[in-house]
Design a protein around this ligand. Structure first.
Ligand SMILES: NC(=O)c1ccc[n+]([C@@H]2O[C@H](COP(=O)([O-])OP(=O)(O)OC[C@H]3O[C@@H](n4cnc5c(N)ncnc54)[C@H](O)[C@@H]3O)[C@@H](O)[C@H]2O)c1
Length: 298
């Protein structure tokens, strides 16, 4: 059945691909964003998620003017997908990053839960593992980074994402709503595969993100799988492709760049260090867009 989805942040880099994927899979989507989205199949309702009144209003609104037709009166919303955010530090001040992300996410989850929407999927981040925006290069507690890790970042962006995960957990506990947080790896749009050869030539360049990536279309797939999988309460899933964004074997990357870090699992030759095993096992996530399909190897 066609899912009805309220989507925040659909005008952004990741959101526009995920929205397109959901529409291609037959979902109805309303985009909730401060900026319009150039997609003829999707309406945008201009909304600032830091204003709770606007968020309650948006999540309870019609999805389009067609719903003025009594025979098309709105059915319940199946899910809220929440991507709207300031997506890293150094775009605005640290306190604004924290305020917009922490408050915006609180507002979206609270409104969804209090309006009786039974599924919320939020964008968390691999930065919660504390490597990406650390003051100095830092070793993680262990590899592969998995959902049991005690996340301990030191920057305001990743901290806002940790707070968002706690907010999700609190509302899931309070109401029994399914709220799943996707710890998203570095999002790669189709045109960005041209960057990979440059990264291959300098393998240390992506050390801080542990060479993780997720194709924006595969991010669409994992989002839909999260929408379709019910009954798990609060959950965190890493969202990463099966392989790393390096052409070197994973063991070689570890030996060269993280020689002292304990490795807790047996890894495939090119397996991602942002483990996607939980998403594969529980959601049935099967990434379809490895860089190996799009980048010529030397
Ligand atoms: N891009 C990545 O590599 C990456 C990696 C991990 C996690 N994430 C997360 O994924 C999500 C999407 O990231 P992105 O790269 O597409 O970022 P983006 O900046 O391209 O998109 C974010 C969208 O949120 C909207 N927005 C910002 N503040 C808003 C507000 N107050 N009210 C309503 N809308 C607002 C923006 O207009 C924009 O369209 C974010 O939550 C980000 O933290 C992204």
């Amino acid at each position: 059945m066609s899912k009805r989805i309220m989507f925040t942040g659909g005008s952004g880099k990741a959101g526009r691909h995920v929205v397109q994927y959901l529409v291609e899979q037959g979902c109805q989507v309303l985009n909730i964003d401060t900026k319009p989205l150039d997609n003829p199949k999707v309406r945008t309702l201009i909304t600032d998620i830091t204003d709770s009144g606007q968020v309650f209003n948006a999540l309870s609104s019609y999805m389009g003017l067609h719903e003025f037709d009594p025979s098309l009166r709105p059915q319940p919303i199946d899910a809220v997908v929440h991507f709207a955010a300031i997506p890293r530090i150094m775009i605005t001040t640290d306190n604004e990053v924290f305020r917009i992300n922490a408050l915006g996410t609180y507002n979206v989850i609270e409104a969804a839960v209090k309006l009786g929407i039974r599924k919320v999927v939020i964008a968390s981040s691999e930065t919660t593992y504390g490597l990406v925006f650390a003051n100095e290069p830092r070793d993680p507690q262990y590899f592969p980074l998995d959902e049991d890790y005690d996340v301990d970042p030191m920057d305001s962006y990743a901290l806002s994402k940790v707070v968002n995960e706690k907010t999700a957990r609190a509302f899931a506990l309070r109401n029994g709503t399914d709220i799943y947080a996707l710890r998203i790896g570095n999002v790669i749009e189709p045109h960005e595969y041209s960057l990979f050869p440059k990264w291959f030539a300098d393998p240390g360049f992506r050390k801080r993100i542990a060479w993780s990536y997720v194709d924006a279309r595969d991010l669409g797939q994992i989002t839909l799988r999260a929408i379709e999988k019910d009954g798990l309460g609060y959950q965190v899933f890493n969202a990463a492709n099966d392989d790393t964004s390096s052409d070197l074997p994973t063991a070689e990357l570890l030996k060269r760049f993280y020689p002292s870090v304990p490795v807790k699992a047996e890894l495939g030759e090119y397996e991602t260090l942002l483990s996607n095993r939980k998403a594969r096992d529980i959601l049935g996530f099967r990434p379809e867009h490895s860089w190996r399909k799009y980048v010529k190897q030397a």
